[in-house]
Every structure is written in C-alpha cells, then in structure tokens.
Design a protein around this ligand. Sequence first.
Ligand code: HEC
Length: 191
Amino acid sequence: MRRIVLALCAGFVLLALWALRAHAGGSQEAVERGAYLVSIGSCNDCHTPWTLTDKGPAPDFSRLLSGHPEGMRLPPPPAMAPGPWGFIGALSMTAWAGPWGVSFTSNLTPDPETGIGAWSEDTFIRALRTGKHLGGGRDILPPMPWEWVGKMTDEDLKAVFAYLKSIKPIRNRVPDPLPPAPPAAAAKSAS
Ligand code: HEC
C-alpha cells in the first residue's frame, strides 16, 4: 500500500514538473530553434549592448539581450540638418535618435521587473504582430523591425519566446523613449 502511495506521489510530482516546464515556455527543441532564430534575426545587433574591443566594436555577450544599459547616460542627440541623413545611433547600438525622438532597445532577458519575465507568450506575439508596446499600448518605435519579426509563424515566435525565457535574467531598467524635440527648439538648434 505504502509503495502504491509513494508511486502515486512520484507520478504527481513528475506531472507537475512537466506542466511547469510546458508553462515556462517549452521544450529543449523550441529553445534551440529560438536561439537559432534570434541569431539569424539579428536581435543581438540592437538588444545586446556593443563595446569597443581591440578588434573593433562587438556585442558584449556578458550582457546578452539586456537592452540599453541603464547606467549609460547620453547627452541629447546632435541636431540633424534637414537632408538625406535622417537618424543617428549610439555606439552601443542600443539608443537611436530620429524623427520619432529617441528610442532605447528593450531588455529581452527574463528578469521579471525590467525584462520580459512577467510577459505571457500571447503578449510577446501580439506586440510583434501589432507593433504596439506590450501588444496594446503605444506604438513600438524604430528601428525595431517588428513588421518583419512579426512575420514569423506562431511556432517560431513561440520558440523565440521560449529561448528568451531560458537565458540569464539581467536586471537592467531601460529608459522610456524620449519624444521628438519640439519644432521650435529643433529649428533653433539647427540654425
Ligand atoms: C535595428 C535594431 C533592432 C533589431 C535588429 C531588433 N530590435 Fe527589438 N527593439 C529595438 C528597439 C529600439 C526597441 C524599443 C522600441 C520602443 O521603445 O518603442 C525594441 C523593442 C523590442 C521589443 C519590445 C516590444 C514592446 O512591447 O515594447 C521586443 C519584444 C523586441 N524588440 C524583440 C526583438 C526580437 C525578437 C528581435 C530579433 C528577431 C529584435 N527585437 C530585433 C530595436 C531592434
């Protein structure tokens, strides 16, 4: 009798672990596919901060996909003269100024407060399909290529999400975007 109870308990524990794993975002296979999609989808170009190394600028993988570093204070972007040059990026590849104001790349690690740790899979997919922050808020700003990233199949987006949930959580609060300079100020600084 005791054996049966023990076997049943073990069964329940295994079932619970399996359910937790499914809830946490999927199989090892999905995580591996997600890692591949993130690497060819160029997410590291913008979401992993770059630093200057002896071999030139390179992504700092110790801060993998953690977005614009909160401690990196930037002066206001230089005014752009009217003309064909339209936007400017920081050397970290995590801050971008243009007609939309200044955008900072998001923390895609599973930190619950500053990353996507508290996001559901549905929120993630909706954000990338609609171009709305958290799937229903303000517009997601350039240069985030959500229109193209959002063209992945549901299965692929789920795999990307599963991979992002599996990487090291990094606590890094990315600043909110800054609005464009008012036209008067822009005109004054351009003259
Ligand atoms: C060319 C730069 C660039 C690339 C490449 C890029 N991103 Fe982004 N991403 C950004 C910027 C900038 C933001 C912040 C935009 C904002 O604050 O509105 C952002 C925001 C996001 C967000 C947050 C959306 C929200 O609801 O606020 C997610 C999720 C995201 N990116 C996922 C990805 C994934 C996945 C990839 C790779 C497949 C990727 N990004 C590639 C620049 C980029």
